[in-house]
Ligand binder design. Structure first.
Ligand SMILES: [Zn+2]
Length: 306
């Protein structure tokens, strides 16, 4: 949301500067900017950085009267997007968009440029935030682009989901975001060191999402069966003829770990997608994972009773 406001502010600032000097809006802005330049905020130091540095939206320190002038905020916005020059020499705006012949066109190009810069700043900032949140470590492995509308991963256009489908979707989301009951997460609640958050099913390794999905011996048989079901689905598709023609055969267990993990977490995979099997495979895996989760829960209950 903050990014959207920033975008709107900086866009308007540019638009004002493409207006004639005597335009009332521009005159009001100019008066406000002059006032700001002579206030404490005008002397306040702040970093000059590029959009690639991914700074947070910078705020001016509150003035004595408790509010800030609009120009003070825009100045910080520009400085955090690598546009210091535009603030210091507004006439450089005209040079920037030399090829556009009308102010309307310049204003339009400015808008596009600002949108890209704010998006870049936000992407870098977002990536840094997410890196510091270990909860999301699995999620980020396959999530390199900022793309928040990624909720289509288990939509089912044909026929609704039953209750089992709903719990599958819920569990999958928990796996993807690290808000699940695996020990890597529950161990954090009691401040257990990471290396001691051992899987209670196999007692061998730390129970991470990857361990649960790909490595834990407790689900070995189920996993082998699931993998072979996926392989069979692909083999029954047109992919078989591609393999016969010298393409790569699709075998789940031979795929790189990152691809296996990605498929298990309902992400796109080129071959599965090409064969138009995404929905089917995702659904099958998700439902299967729910049964693993049940198996795990039952085992934990039994261990508690003992
Ligand atoms: Zn295990």
């Amino acid at each position: 949301m903050e990014a959207r406001f920033q975008c709107a502010r900086v866009r308007l600032w540019g638009k004002i500067h493409f207006m004639p000097h005597v335009h009332p809006v521009r005159l009001v802005y100019q008066a406000s900017a002059n006032y700001d330049a002579h206030s404490d905020a005008g002397d306040e130091p702040f970093p000059r950085v590029d959009a690639d540095d991914g700074f947070e939206v910078m705020r001016p320190n509150n003035q004595k009267h408790g509010w800030n002038l609009w120009p003070a905020q825009v100045q910080r916005d520009l400085y955090s997007l690598g546009l210091e020059e535009c603030w210091r020499r507004p006439e450089s705006l005209l040079e920037m968009f030399r090829t556009a012949d009308t102010n309307e066109k310049r204003s339009k190009e400015w808008k596009i440029m600002i949108k890209q810069k704010v998006k870049k700043r936000e992407q870098v900032r977002w990536k840094r935030c997410i890196h510091t949140q270990t909860m999301l470590r699995t999620y980020i492995q396959f999530k390199s682009e900022l793309c928040l509308e990624d909720s289509e991963y288990l939509c089912d256009p044909h026929g609704g989901w039953n209750d089992l489908g709903l719990s599958a979707r819920k569990f999958l989301t928990q796996l993807r975001t690290g808000s699940n009951q695996l020990r890597i997460n529950t161990g954090r609640w009691c401040e257990l060191p990471v290396e001691e958050r051992i899987c209670l099913m196999c007692a061998k390794e730390v129970e991470t999402e990857q361990h649960f999905l790909l490595e834990c011996s407790y689900y070995e048989n189920e996993r082998m069966e699931l993998f072979s079901s996926v392989d069979k689905m692909i083999a029954a598709s047109s992919h078989a003829s591609i393999v016969a023609a010298g393409g790569d055969e699709f075998i789940m267990k031979n795929l790189p770990t990152s691809e296996q993990l990605s498929i298990m977490m309902a992400n796109n995979h080129t071959i599965i997608e090409r064969e138009k099997l995404s929905q089917k495979v995702r659904r099958m895996i998700a439902l299967e994972l729910v049964s693993w989760q049940k198996k795990r829960e039952n085992q934990l209950e039994m261990m508690e009773e003992e």
